[in-house]
Write a protein that binds this ligand. Structure first.
Ligand SMILES: C[S@@+](CC[C@H](N)C(=O)[O-])C[C@H]1O[C@@H](n2cnc3c(N)ncnc32)[C@H](O)[C@@H]1O
Length: 426
């Protein structure tokens, strides 16, 4: 009903200034929020019935205080406790049984001397104007529950089917346009069955908006009457708007299918992207392994380079050593030759020494012979000078002084000889 807020709901609210509003079916609370803002600005309370609201009602309750009266239950159980309503927006369970009984209960709990609240009903056009939908089929008595399927609807097609794009998740009646079927049928049956002077207006577009208003309320409220008057469409304009709505529904249906196709494509793309990502991850892992292998190869190459450098250095060292070795071998050879020569020279020197020693020994012998002969000559000379006796005497004295050989007493002998010579001269 959010689409009709500015064009219909708000103008009616402004014309009526209702003290007590009821919204049946709140869902995300889009319209509830606007109703509460209106009540805050202009006074009044907002009753809301929804067994499964899709927002945090407690938080809203804290925010809006007693402006908000929330009933977390089905409309048919809550309605008997709500009285004194001025305006009711009916947008809950979209089936004949629920809507007819909601309207009947509202009427029942409206004092006879009081005008029926103005009733605004959403979804009086296609698809639920002439077809039931059940949020919870078990809540509907079997006698009123139409055969239904949890399948989508498609404009121009009578029965719900699996590929139809609209409201697939809901339980849709299999047939339309029969008795006690749909929201608009419920509104018509209620108006026709009421003893009150009720008017039903249907504004096509955005699934259709129905308005039920009692004649008395229009007579008492000229401003409201003026707004309601504006909702009455000339037949050609109505046909035109209905055609627009049909076109909109066809387009919506096409867009839903297109969205579905795109969603499928998106999922496929996502799957494809996930597959690609997996392949990329695997490739990245492989690259990492390759990088690690390349690092290892590079490290091995570096080690090889170092080893090669070391080999080169060792080869250079080896070449130097080989050169030195060759030099030493050369020196060794030269030294061996020299040793041979030295040995030969040594042998020669030994021979020479031997010869010299022989010569020396011979010389010594000759010396000894010379000395001996000189000793003899000296003795002869002493004998000649002293006479034999005196010489024996002197020699005896000399022998007495020393027990050693004549050689060691040469000096005393010579001294003695020279003294003897001096004596002879005197
Ligand atoms: C179409 S949505 C209402 C949308 C809302 N009026 C808006 O304009 O934003 C219908 C809501 O009615 C509620 N609902 C279903 N069965 C109901 C019942 N028996 N009584 C009251 N609300 C009901 C659902 O829980 C759902 O939130």
């Amino acid at each position: 009903m959010d689409n009709q807020w500015d064009t219909f709901v708000l103008p009616i609210l402004e014309a009526m200034r209702p003290a007590s509003i009821l919204e049946i079916g709140s869902e995300h609370g889009h319209q509830t929020k606007k109703l509460l803002a209106f009540a805050k600005a202009h006074g009044g309370v907002v009753h809301v019935i929804d067994p499964k609201p899709l927002y945090d009602v407690d938080a809203w309750q804290r925010e809006h205080g007693d402006k908000l009266r929330f009933y977390r239950e089905a409309s048919l159980s809550a309605l008997p406790r709500i009285e004194g309503l001025d305006l009711v927006l009916v947008d809950g369970d979209h089936n004949w049984y629920t809507v007819f009984n909601e309207l009947a209960l509202i009427e029942k709990h409206t004092a006879p001397d009081r005008a029926l609240p103005l009733l605004l009903l959403h979804d009086v056009g296609w698809p639920y104007g002439r077809r039931d939908m059940y949020y919870d089929p078990e809540m509907i008595p079997a006698a009123y529950r139409k055969p239904y399927r949890r399948m989508g609807l498609e404009p121009g097609k009578s029965e719900p089917h699996a590929e139809a794009p609209i409201n697939r998740e809901l339980f849709n009646a299999v047939y339309e346009n029969d008795l006690q079927n749909g929201v608009l049928t419920a509104a018509e049956d209620f108006v026709n069955g009421s003893k009150r002077d009720l008017n039903l207006l249907v504004v096509p577009g955005f699934f259709g908006l129905g308005l039920i208003v009692e004649g008395q309320r229009l007579r008492d409220g000229p401003e409201l009457a003026a707004v309601v008057k504006e909702l009455e469409l000339a037949p050609r304009i109505r046909a035109h708007v209905e055609a627009l709505e049909t076109a909109r529904l066809m387009e919506m249906s096409r867009l839903y299918l297109e969205c579905e196709r795109l969603e499928l494509a998106r999922r496929q793309v996502e799957q494809h992207a996930a597959d690609l990502q997996q392949r990329l991850d695997r490739q990245a892992e492989q690259d990492q392994r390759q990088d690690a292998a390349i690092d290892e190869i590079e490290a091995a190459s570096e080690r090889e380079r170092l080893a090669q450098r070391q080999i080169t250095r060792l080869e250079e060292d080896l070449a130097v050593l080989k050169q030195a070795l060759a030099k030493h071998q050369e020196m060794l050879r030269a030294t061996s030759d020299a040793m041979v020569l030295l040995r030969r020279e040594t042998a020669r020197l030994n021979d020479e020494v031997f010869v010299k020693e022989q010569a020396h020994a011979a010389a010594q012998q000759a010396m000894r012979d010379i000395q001996r002969s000189r000793g003899f000559l000296t003795l002869r000379m002493v004998k000649a000078l002293l006479g034999r006796d005196r010489m024996v005497e002197v020699l005896s004295a000399v022998a007495a002084r020393s027990a050693n050989g004549a050689g060691e007493h040469r000096a005393p002998f010579e001294k003695m000889v020279s003294r003897l010579l001096r004596l002879r001269q005197r």
